[in-house]
Design a protein around this ligand. Structure first.
Ligand code: 0X9
Ligand code: ZN
Length: 286
């Protein structure tokens, strides 16, 4: 069976996605919503009970940045956990009844594959599209281009705008730093529901800490990381999705992007509780 305590190649993850769909036809369907620069299909798993009435939804993407391998590992863990518990855990069952999960395990597929190529490419961050103008450089930072309309960020932009009315929550999974970031990346503007976002973020950090004792800081990027523009989390909030969070997973810098495989399971366990804390809050409020 699939080993969730190891990092997997894109081919393995694609096969795993097919398997999830095949084994859970009642609650999982896949959906292609864009193409990468290298012409791969960007695919999400839609998870939840089918319903005659329209449902609200939760978005989760992993692997915007190629080298952050723990992020796709988390998306896979999350899918495994909810599929393994919705029949027995009444809380997860209720989520399946009232919400759809839209989960993209690897958004930047081209970059992810490139980061698997060899030791010299392991730390690749961006997409693999060529730069514009006369620059010969390759790669677009997909988390700086959510207001400019190019590359792969476009597929997510289109999806979020098209589904904006039903999306309650946008979660984007990154590493590293152990942080829960709330909008915005700009130092002088704050979200209209900033206080509530901080409250929900702090509750998630407490849920994380309760699992293995790890501390995750909560705040806006300028307050606890650095100011920047064009992040997906900002775009989601600006578009009208009320709850938008960036999770920066382990660690705090010792191994940074090369998080050892023996930390996959504990990291995923704690962040699962953090994400569920956010999702349950949003579910109960709506
Ligand atoms: O710089 C980034 O894109 C993210 N950090 S990373 O080291 N994973 O590259 C931070 C994204 C935070 N985004 C918002 N909260 N807007
Ligand atoms: Zn990142």
């Amino acid at each position: 069976s699939y080993d969730y305590t190891k990092y997997h190649t894109m081919d393995e993850i694609s096969a795993w996605m097919n398997q999830m769909e095949r084994e859970n036809p009642d609650v999982v369907s896949s959906m292609i919503y864009g193409q990468t620069y290298e012409k791969r299909n960007i695919t999400l798993l839609k998870i939840g009970f089918t319903s005659a009435t329209p449902k609200k939804a939760v978005w989760m993407d992993c692997g915007i940045h190629a080298r952050e391998w723990i992020a796709p590992a988390f998306c896979q863990h999350f899918v495994k956990e909810i599929l393994g518990s919705y029949q027995t855990d009444p809380k997860v069952k209720m989520l399946f009844e009232n919400l759809d999960f839209y989960i993209t395990p690897v958004l930047n597929m081209d970059g992810y594959i490139y980061s698997w190529k060899d030791n010299t490419t392991r730390l690749w961050r961006k997409s693999r599209s060529p730069g514009t103008g006369d620059c010969t450089c390759i790669g677009t930072d997909l988390n700086r281009n959510f207001n400019a309309n190019w590359g792969k960020a476009q597929a997510v932009t289109d999806f979020l705008v098209a589904h904006q009315n039903k999306l309650l929550c946008y979660l984007t999974i990154h590493s590293y730093g152990q942080q829960i970031l709330v909008p915005y990346g700009h130092p002088n503007i704050s979200a209209p529901n900033y206080d509530e976002l901080m409250k929900v973020g702090r509750a998630a950090a407490n849920a994380i800490k309760a699992v293995h004792g790890k501390s995750y800081k909560v705040g806006t990027p300028p307050d606890i990381l650095y100011a920047f523009s064009g992040g997906s989390c900002d775009f989601a909030r600006l578009t009208g999705i009320p709850y938008s969070f960036t999770f920066e997973l382990r660690d705090e810098g010792k191994f940074s992007f090369i998080l050892p495989e023996d930390q996959i399971q504990p990291t995923c366990e704690e962040v699962y509780q953090g994400a569920m804390s956010v999702i349950n809050y949003i579910h109960d409020k709506n």
